[in-house]
Design a protein. Structure first.
Length: 210
């Protein structure tokens, strides 16, 4: 099963691990535009999604599963909304949902410096700013909630029980999107791809079921 893996940030280098040789998925893990060794500079959500489509077509893939972590989960959801025919299913782990909420941000920042699971990852501040600005514009589109409520792409949400980020936005999405599932992983932190790689690998392998 061809599977696209999207790291978070936005603007981070690709940090998610490769799948084991016996995993039932064939992972594609592109470096985002303007980050690390990837050229292109600052860009918006539309450009980011167009890049993913170019990668899909260049590899002769009709459709693929998409697994995203953190902002990568948010981008995967946007991909499903904007390009549903390209995607068999989405696994979104530890996303932030379609919100720009003061209470959510305050709760996150109050605990940010004490997060024991935090992993330092190289990123581009310029790409981070441009994508975050574009994301906050995209989630304000008047038709977005209606489009989400009619989404036909299968979506599985994962929330980490030890994540310092409030999970209510993801829980709301799981109720809004038809057939969406929500799985709580009680004993892992936000960066469980790093702290509990076996749990991450197990969840990524589920993409083969789409």
């Amino acid at each position: 099963m061809p599977t696209l893996q999207l790291s978070g940030g936005p603007g981070c280098v690709h940090y998610l691990p490769d799948a084991p040789a016996d995993a039932p998925v064939r992972l594609f893990a592109p470096e985002p535009r303007g980050v690390g060794a990837s050229e292109g500079g600052t860009h918006d959500i539309a450009r980011a999604l167009a890049d993913l489509e170019e990668i899909r077509r260049a590899n002769g893939i009709e459709d693929w599963a998409v697994v995203g972590h953190s902002f990568g989960a948010d981008l995967a959801l946007a991909y499903a909304v904007e390009r549903p025919r390209s995607i068999r299913g989405v696994i979104g782990a530890c996303g932030t949902g379609v919100q720009h909420d003061r209470d959510w941000s305050a709760a996150y920042h109050a605990r940010k410096d004490d997060d024991p699971s935090r992993v330092d990852i190289e990123y581009s501040p310029e790409v981070h700013r441009s994508l975050l600005t574009s994301w906050r514009s995209w989630i304000k589109e008047p038709s977005l909630l209606r489009r989400l409520s009619r989404l036909t792409v299968p979506v599985s949400f994962l929330v980490a029980g030890q994540d310092i980020r409030p999970s209510w936005p993801v829980e709301q999405l799981a109720q809004l999107i038809p057939g969406a599932t929500l799985t709580a992983l009680p004993d892992v932190p936000h960066d469980f791809w790093h702290s509990h790689p076996e749990v991450w690998t197990e969840q990524v392998s589920l993409a083969s079921q789409f």
